[in-house]
Design a protein around this ligand. Sequence first.
Ligand SMILES: NC(=O)c1ccc[n+]([C@@H]2O[C@H](COP(=O)([O-])OP(=O)(O)OC[C@H]3O[C@@H](n4cnc5c(N)ncnc54)[C@H](O)[C@@H]3O)[C@@H](O)[C@H]2O)c1
Length: 334
Amino acid sequence: MAILVTGGAGYIGSVTVEHLRASKEKVVVLDDLVYGHRGAVDSDVPFYQGKAGDSALLSRIVKEHKLDACIHFAALASVGESVADPAKYFENNVGQGIALTGFLIRVGVRNIVFSSTCATYGEPKEIPISEKCPQWPKNPYGWSKFCMERLLESYDLSYGLKFMALRYFNAAGASEHHGEDHNPETHLIPNVLAAAAGEKPELAVFGDNYPTPDGTPIRDYIHVSDLADAHIRALDYLRGGGNSEALNVGTGHGYSVLEVIECARQVTKREIRIRIEAPRAGDPARLVADSSRIQSVLSWKPGVSDLRTIVQSAWKWRQQHPQGYSKSASQHNT
Ligand SMILES: NC(=O)c1ccc[n+]([C@@H]2O[C@H](COP(=O)([O-])OP(=O)(O)OC[C@H]3O[C@@H](n4cnc5c(N)ncnc54)[C@H](O)[C@@H]3O)[C@@H](O)[C@H]2O)c1
């Protein structure tokens, strides 16, 4: 039996595939490569290029592989772009998601792990944010994930689908063979490291007057390998008959933008110049997870998510792949 991994050529998907294969799982990757990279999927992994909800392609996949579960990473994930073009986000993240889940139910695949996000909480009412906090997203990206969570709940009640919606906080870092290569890059750590590598003269810091100790926003960074581990545990839990649920994946500890930059200076031993810019609309001061629920339900704990380890791993991957996947030195095969 194989696991269908949509978005497996993207950042978190490719790391999770690496971990799944290390756990001896069979994997099939489906990705339209709009943002993913063919080079992020090992050549001996069955790979299908196309939309997650393409029923003709999905039919071909189930003819060629016996699937027992799906990890659905495939989505567009830029908040700013979602505000500029919400239709693109609802069509891709919800429209394709509806088509995919409908197909999986029809062919009897009942276990789905879904990539959700802390963006579904919007402006948090309390910190740390627990799963009981109200969800009221502040942008179309967050709403697209919110819609998919409600859809999964309804399909659980009526069709017996079992799902785990993992609400990630800020994924960061790199595994041994896979790292973050987005274009454009909107995440802090790769942008800090690009400045350290001299690819940009200075780093823009959006706002230094937030109600935090150093005035810059605080986020909960979770190492992508710890995130991959959470997916594997979620799958095992569903396969073992566990009930559907939504769980935060974070560390419970936050770092400010300036703390991340200082850590990157120490790790890279390079100068990183910053430029303070106006705060971005809708950026909360502090987003930190209460991760006690996932620790008790999945016995999951962050193992490598201290900031220094995250930055070191991302820097190492970057030095090994200075051009990202486009000119990867080698395509790794496990
Ligand atoms: N990176 C984070 O910090 C973070 C935080 C919260 C949630 N998430 C969610 O995690 C998932 C993965 O994020 P990522 O950072 O790896 O993003 P990514 O862009 O690197 O990966 C997403 C992959 O999905 C593919 N894709 C997008 N729409 C598709 C479609 N309709 N059909 C097939 N393939 C499609 C893209 O080509 C890409 O390879 C996303 O669902 C994202 O919303 C990410």
